[in-house]
Design a protein around this ligand. Structure first.
Ligand code: SF4
Length: 406
């Protein structure tokens, strides 16, 4: 079995009761079948409380009205762990925040950015993240997944490392690196659709050339207004998702109101982009959101050494953990757009935070925002599905342009 891990993996330690965002609240903890069997037969003084803490229909732990797990005590500690020891934890609790992507004879292990301690560790890292792959014999026979395209996985794996190289190219801003990443994914999708898997290498070599990058960035820079309108729809999509916490709904309202003026149905009206003439006071108001984003990006450019690195870490994190998942559905394009949407969502939310803080922000703000986005969007199958459906229907403007050219 081949294992791949990021270099920061061994440094992680759970800070338990010191954690500001316990992993035992906010979402439903699914109990695996083996643990459920173990719980039913468990003896001892904690048995009664344990058996009454399970929703047997969904195989989940019950929660209180604040969505805290039934075993979470007021000190932020797990009563199941305290009473029955670490072996009593279900697979979800035992693993979190470790995340394992399974491929045939390959396991890719990462740590969830929705854990604040992981997020701090990743976003505060100044060096480019590296990954280590090693082989370990498990004594079991080789895996043979049904309907699994091993050649496609190996090409995606190759492409993923090339994409990470592009994402770590510090000569460009992170939005520029996202644009190159999306353009590359669009071209790889075309190769896949035409069963030209061996062309992945040529596509990536060509796209990494400076002339080609310049070309993509030129196209992207001409799409400011379309992108702004697309972002409005993206944030409207976020507002259709099921929130884990009520405060998230309020926060989304604040961001959309500040950046996209979506309240009172204004987002359905044509929005103006900086540089376009304003004809009325109403238009001037509508321009404010787009100008705010513009000013924030200018501020980011002036402070680029401090701020682009944490955004790079977010982009690289998602490319590593999600990109090869397209082996299961062949949809490289939607996977890449989902990754870019996470990075973009955090960035736009930071523009709102920056504005609220009167033109400044700190790393803690960015870490909080990243944790919240990952929890609210990434940890619900339902929400992930809504996002994927939106992206299929409304691709990012740059992807549409690249696709139209081919
Ligand atoms: S979210 Fe992370 S640091 Fe916090 S309790 Fe869970 S594993 Fe520990």
């Amino acid at each position: 079995m081949l294992y791949t891990l990021p270099d920061y993996y061994p440094q992680f330690h759970c800070i338990a009761d010191k954690c500001e965002e316990t992993c035992c609240a906010g979402w439903q903890i699914v109990i695996d079948r083996q643990s459920l069997r173990k719980y039913v037969h468990m003896k001892g003084p904690y048995r009664r409380r344990l058996l009454f803490s399970i929703n047997y229909l969904n195989s989940t732990f019950l929660q209180d009205e604040d969505k805290n797990c039934a075993h979470l005590n007021k000190d932020g500690l797990c009563e199941l762990y305290r009473n029955a020891g670490p072996e009593s934890l279900c697979r979800t609790c035992r693993l979190f925040p470790r995340h394992i992507e399974e491929f045939e004879n390959v396991r890719e292990i990462s740590l969830e950015l929705s854990c604040p301690e992981v997020c701090r560790m990743v976003l505060e890292k100044q060096e480019k993240v590296t990954y280590r792959t090693f082989e370990r014999h498990s004594g079991k026979s080789e895996e043979n997944f049904e309907d699994y395209d091993d050649l496609f996985y190996s090409q995606l794996d190759y492409a993923r490392w090339a994409m990470i190289d592009l994402a770590q190219n510090r000569a460009y801003t992170v939005p520029q690196r996202c644009a190159v990443f999306l353009a590359a994914a669009e071209k790889l999708q075309k190769c896949y659709d035409h069963r030209q898997l061996f062309s992945f290498g040529d596509v990536l070599a060509q796209i990494s050339e400076s002339g080609s990058i310049r070309n993509i960035l030129k196209k992207a820079s001409g799409l400011g207004r379309e992108e702004y309108l697309w972002e409005q729809k993206l944030f409207r999509t976020f507002r259709r998702m099921e929130p884990l916490r009520a405060s998230w709904t309020l926060w989304l309202e604040e961001v959309t109101d500040r950046l996209y003026r979506s309240r009172n149905n204004q987002c359905r009206k044509e929005q103006r982009y900086p540089g376009e003439p304003a004809e009325s006071t109403e238009n001037v108001q509508r321009q404010a959101g787009a100008h705010l984003i513009h000013d924030f990006e200018r501020w980011m450019k002036r402070n680029t050494t401090d701020w682009e690195i944490p955004f790079e870490q977010i982009l690289v994190y998602f490319i590593f953990s999600d990109f090869c998942g397209s082996v299961y559905d062949g949809d490289i394009r939607t996977t890449a757009m989902t990754i870019a949407s996470y990075v973009l969502a955090v960035r736009r939310m930071m523009a709102a935070v920056w504005y609220r803080n009167e033109g400044t922000m700190n790393l803690e703000d960015l870490e909080n925002m990243t944790v919240r986005c990952c929890r609210e969007i990434g940890h619900s199958d339902h929400n992930r599905r809504i996002l994927a459906e939106f992206l299929k229907k409304e691709p990012l403007p740059l992807c549409r342009v690249i696709r139209g050219e081919d």
